[in-house]
Design a protein around this ligand. Structure first.
Ligand SMILES: [Mg+2]
Length: 219
């Protein structure tokens, strides 16, 4: 579906970070390849079995705060997950035209808020690599709110933290479960991302309008 945004009706722009503004390749590579292999070698488990075990554990936590919590995985796997993440931080980069888009938003009158399920320490690592914080009025982590974005209470609590009018708000997020929760809450303008990971095929964007790059909606 092609995206069509009426910018004149928008006051608040809520933007996800990973897979939306930044390439999801960093996170996918880390969780699907790098971490299982590292964990396997620490525990004398071959790469294939390690990946299978990790996939099983991930599937149990999908859509919850635990899935996005470095503390949870650090405790479960018994090594410092954040430290391991820093090994592959060269893979942290912007998605196509994301920086230009953020620059334009920043120069306009929109209230621009990052809403991310990422852990605060990981946000810090990504800021160090990209300076992405300079474009935002506020940066909100689901870990501060106490609910993942996939859960409806997240949106109620977010609105107390950052007042916004649902009709005048645009949310861009690559995660369809998140968009469904936001739609249920009443957020009017929703967009998703066709290709969150530069090295993987496009995702099935289902009932949501999707953009390929931010050039599609630059104003
Ligand atoms: Mg995302």
């Amino acid at each position: 579906m092609k995206a069509n945004i009426n910018w004149k009706s928008i006051k608040t722009v809520l933007l996800d970070m990973d897979g939306t503004l930044l390439d999801l390749n960093f996170d996918n590579y880390f969780w699907q390849e790098y971490l299982p292999i590292h964990w396997g070698s620490l525990n004398n488990i071959d790469a294939l079995s390690a990946k299978k075990q990790l996939r099983y554990w991930y599937a149990k936590e999908v859509g919850t705060l635990s899935w996005y919590s470095l503390d949870f995985w650090t405790e479960r796997l018994n090594f410092d997950v954040l430290e391991l993440k820093s090994d592959v931080q060269h893979l942290i980069k912007y998605r196509p035209h994301a920086e230009t888009f953020l620059q334009r938003l920043n120069e306009s009158d929109f209230f621009v808020v990052m809403v991310t399920n990422a852990h605060e320490d990981l946000i810090k690592m990504k800021i160090e690599k990209t300076n992405i914080d300079i474009f935002f009025d506020r940066i909100i982590s689901a870990h501060t709110i106490g609910h993942a974005k996939e859960e409806e209470p997240f949106w109620k609590k977010l609105q107390l933290e950052v007042p916004f009018n649902c009709d005048e708000t645009l949310l861009i997020d690559d995660n369809l479960m998140v968009l469904r929760a936001a739609r249920k809450y009443g957020i009017r303008n929703l967009l998703t991302i066709e290709k969150p990971d530069s090295l993987r095929p496009e995702q099935e964007t289902a009932e949501f309008d999707a953009i390929y790059s931010f050039q599609d909606i630059i104003f």
